[in-house]
Design a protein around this ligand. Sequence first.
Ligand code: AMP
Ligand code: ZN
Length: 463
Amino acid sequence: MPVPLTLYDNYARALRPFVPLKPGGDVGLYTCGPTVYDYQHIGNYRTFLFEDTLRRVLEWNGYRVKHVMNVTDVGHLTSDADTGEDKMEKGARRTGKSAWEIAQMYTDAFLADLKLLNIEDPTILCRATDHIAQQIAFIADLEKKGFTYRTSDGIYFDTSTQADYGYLARLDVKGLEAGKRVDIAEKRHPTDFALWKISPPGEKRQMEWDSPWGRGFPGWHIECSAMAQLYLGDFFDIHCGGEDHIPVHHTNEIAQTEARVGTHLANFWLHGYFLLLNDAKMAKSAGEFLRLQSLIDRGYDPLAYRYLCLTGHYRSQLNFTWDALDAAATGLARMRQLFFALAIDPNAKPDELYVERFTDCVNDDLNVPRALAVAWEALRGDLLPAQKRVTLASFDRVFGLALERWTPREESIPDQVKALADARATARKAKNWAEADRLRDALHAAGWEMEDRPDGYSLKRKS
Ligand code: AMP
Ligand code: ZN
């Protein structure tokens, strides 16, 4: 019997057996999506890949996952302390387009990248700007219940009303209060945060809405509490994001939801740890960042980046280097070639022992690096080729490397070689074995190997 699924819950700071809240096999998963003021970088995609792997592991365990992802297209300020400009308006200025145009443009770019990385589409992708009414209703309810106060620039959440504020991040609230390192302006406590920002008088923002508190826009955290509640209910199974979300964004989502409905939003809180570049967090706002397109421009397959991410555990930071990407690209190429060469037998079944070992790995808090090692062992071991193929194909439901979709690139095969191979296939069909053998020898002499397959043939360079 394989081990049951265990996940590291950052709220409990412990490994916990995963048991869905509802009987019947449905699981609710909310993952914080992109802020669409610029392209996402490969660091962001490390987190999205971890979340995709989590979803695939849940599916591997037989659960049906309702995956909700938001798109932050308003309200994310350049500083987490609720000061600075809205990233969208700033992005609009940088590009000379409207905030609405760049939101659409970068959302489209994000979705195209998800396809390239073979990340499954979320069940529901929800934009913050499409849910202003729900956010206003949420804030109005918090106001009615006495958790908010007003300043000259907005409505703020009073974090001192929550006895366990900051529990997720184990925040030292008293220390922060005493230090008051940050300029908190009219805020009552350093940890208080904006629920609604009122547009400054005389200033017309591109994205603003009427509200009971005046024309303005929602704070960043409220969108996730409001949309998670709308689509998944008051308390759902798993909430994810990158590790930077622990001390502010997720802490504040929990505070709002706890104040409104009394739950800490999700039963499990999982976080993907950073991708580093030169030992510093890869970030859009600072330093160098690489887009997926930057890797494609250098000739890498996006799935080589996926493979690289599979080689590191999601709870450890990963330092990006081109050498590491090269090694991942080589590993993926080798795996694809070996897999492609395996015979197809529709009656073959995955090997139970390997499946059990694989499940033990992925169920151990998504130990995908070890699962990858098991896959390599299966590929190199002594199972029958057709059984290797179905075993690997089943593992690939978790890896997402699209092994079954891959074929060697036709264009790299010279015309004469292709002509010899076609002629040999025709000779074989006509049972003209002598001619077929002669043509195969000619192919060998040209440095190529041909393998007959039920759907034709494949060619590869002689190793
Ligand atoms: P953003 O577009 O900034 O809202 O970020 C989208 C997702 O990427 C969030 O879950 C972030 O926590 C995550 N993220 C941001 N930077 C990194 C990084 N360097 N490595 C891994 N994840 C990141
Ligand atoms: Zn969020």
